[in-house]
Unconditional design. Structure first.
Length: 323
């Protein structure tokens, strides 16, 4: 047997020790990397697609077909007198109906279940999962007096035209004030910062009749319409369509009407207002209607102007949270 010198033995032991140290260090780094990876937060996102549509009294089958075609989570519908809540629930959907401002029924149809209702029944709480709760509200403003008609010289519903802007604004404020007060009270009671308020307001947005639209000949005056202005001052952050399309001259977003008479106006009176926190954003807001000349979304083989007299509006919110 060949003898190993003490010097060689020490060298061999040193090399073995070095290899063992390298192995242990590599193992520790691997464990450290795994622990770090396991502790890295991930971003969870949830989308909420909300549409608003005046149903013009259409029956449940037509409304459900529309609901599925536009691919939304929630539909805020107005003029819902011919809807059957039983038929809606048979399809595995959820529905909440209320009457406001002396108008016909408003309904909220949802793919998500409801976890609560606001005191005046304008809104429902919807649990989207991951601890995310949205408050979706729906309303229908009194259909007369109709301010744009009054200021454009059109008699309607027993109200004569008027060139007195202040008088017209005050008349429109008074007839919808009860609805505004109840909406504001429901907003004040909200237990979440993720809120949308949709509907047929029967009045333009406070962001639409500007000096620019007046100069362009699109509106007879520059003014802030009272309903949405009051809701904005009452805590809502914005108007989803104007968030995505801030210029009312290039993107008027008209929702009234799909079937204009010889004497009519073009107005945006259907919209979604909102209040959101810093981790929520408005991703898109699109008009649903009868042609690409007037709308962003056109449904194949759906004669829109024969079904609804208002265009619809589809808004997508995205909520992000660290987990």
């Amino acid at each position: 047997m060949k003898r190993v010198s003490m010097r060689n033995a020490n060298r061999i032991c040193g090399n073995l020790f070095l290899l063992l140290a390298v192995f242990l260090f590599a193992g520790c780094r691997s464990v450290s990397r795994k622990v770090m990876a396991d502790n890295t937060p991930t971003v969870v996102t949830k989308t909420l697609r909300v549409a608003t549509q005046n149903l013009w009294g259409k029956p449940t089958a037509v409304v459900l077909d529309y609901f599925n075609r536009i691919d939304v989570d929630v539909l805020c519908a107005q003029e819902c007198g011919n809807l059957s809540e039983a038929e809606i629930r048979e399809k595995g959907l959820y529905v909440h109906t209320h009457i406001n401002n002396g108008q016909v029924e408003c309904s909220i149809i949802s793919r998500y279940p409801f976890s609560g209702v606001t005191p005046h029944k304008y809104g429902v709480y919807i649990d989207l999962g991951e601890g995310i709760v949205a408050l979706v509200m729906n309303c229908h403003g009194a259909y007369k007096p109709y301010g744009p008609y009054q200021l454009e010289g059109i008699a309607y519903g027993g109200y004569e035209p008027s060139s007195d802007v202040d008088k017209v604004v005050e008349m429109n404020r008074e007839v919808r004030q009860e609805m505004v007060d109840k909406l504001l009270e429901d907003l004040a009671s909200a237990t979440t910062s993720f809120i949308s308020v949709s509907g047929d307001f029967n009045e333009p947005s406070w962001l639409d009749w500007t000096e620019q639209t007046r100069s362009a000949g699109m509106t007879p005056h520059a003014l802030q319409w009272p309903v949405t202005c009051a809701l904005s001052k009452g805590g809502l952050d914005g108007d989803a369509y104007r968030t995505i399309h801030p210029n009312p001259v290039t993107h008027p977003g008209y929702t009234w009407t799909t079937c204009p008479s010889a004497k009519d106006t073009r107005d945006r009176i259907d919209f979604t207002l909102y209040k959101i926190s810093s981790n929520t954003a408005v991703r898109s807001c699109q008009i649903i209607g009868e042609s690409y000349e007037t709308s962003d979304i056109v449904l194949p083989s759906f004669t829109f102007e024969k079904v609804f007299d208002h265009r619809g509006v589809r808004t997508e919110f995205v909520y992000s949270v660290l987990k």
